[in-house]
Design a protein around this ligand. Sequence first.
Ligand code: DP6
Length: 339
Amino acid sequence: MDSTDSAAAGRARTATASANANIALIKYWGKTDARLHLPTTSSLSLTLDETWTTTTVSFDGGDGVQDVVTINGLRAQGTAFERVHRFLSLVRERAGLGEAEAASVTSTSMVPLAAGLASSAAGFAALAGAASRAAGLDLDARGLSRLARRGSGSASRSVFGGLVRWNRGTDDETSYAEPVPCALDLAMVVVALDTGPKAVSSTEAMRRTMRTSPLYPAWVEASATELAEALAAAEAGDLERLGAVAEANALGMHATMVAARPPVLYWRPGTVAVLHEVATLRQAGLPVWATMDAGPNVKVLTDTAHAAEAAAALGGLFPEASVTVRRGGEGIRYEQPGS
Ligand code: DP6
């Protein structure tokens, strides 16, 4: 879309947007184009409820010299600042604004940052919504998904609620997310063992895996079939089939990184203990399957009918962990100016 005209005609200047985190059932792990965040595989995720990041962007001159970014009350520095600044520059360029039009960004997140709990997905989706509106860009949901992707790949999916597929595409235009049908009332039990920042960022870990892991090509190849199976299972309301393929895909992704050089091992002893208990609960008849991202925490896929029972069981087994139930959540939403 070309919004230079609308930007010049009447910029909102300030906008606020909120987006939820999402957890992939079929993972995104690796890029064919690092600048555009084009993934090697298509992926599938569930947007969670109650995991909002809310972000306000004002093109108000920033601190008089440059952009100012405040996350959970702290001024962002270093890489965190650079990522947001680069993203704002992309929005400025699209909206026909000069670099002199610096912005103030204020972001509040319910999700611990950089702990493998999908904070960057919610963060960049909310930033894409707020920054594009503040700059006067009038993007539709697909355009917003493409823009959010430039901040963080998984953010392309947080634009939408429920079950969401990110089509890998072949260029900036064709790589976007969209909602897909789901006959299940899915839920996730998040078993947070450690919410401190991770030692290796997902961006670095996937780059290293692609470059050095002999297992990576096999995971990519399996992923296409696994995605098709997951989509079919979700549409047919087959939780068991969906859970099994999601768990296999996540464990396969971790296998690729363990085989990288140097290895990326996000698992802690507690991670392995939770994986074993999930399998035990499943053998006892509870429909639960594990998935994990770039961190030691385990998210357990189930449906809303079984989520409380699964959470109680896991909370009892792991009293040191924070165990929360999340259901399917909404996509991006905006606060009306003045409200
Ligand atoms: C393991 O979206 O954080 O959570 O595009 O480099 O910002 P960048 O990576 P990011 O990677 C998420 C990886 C994952 C799997 C997933 O969410 O699909």
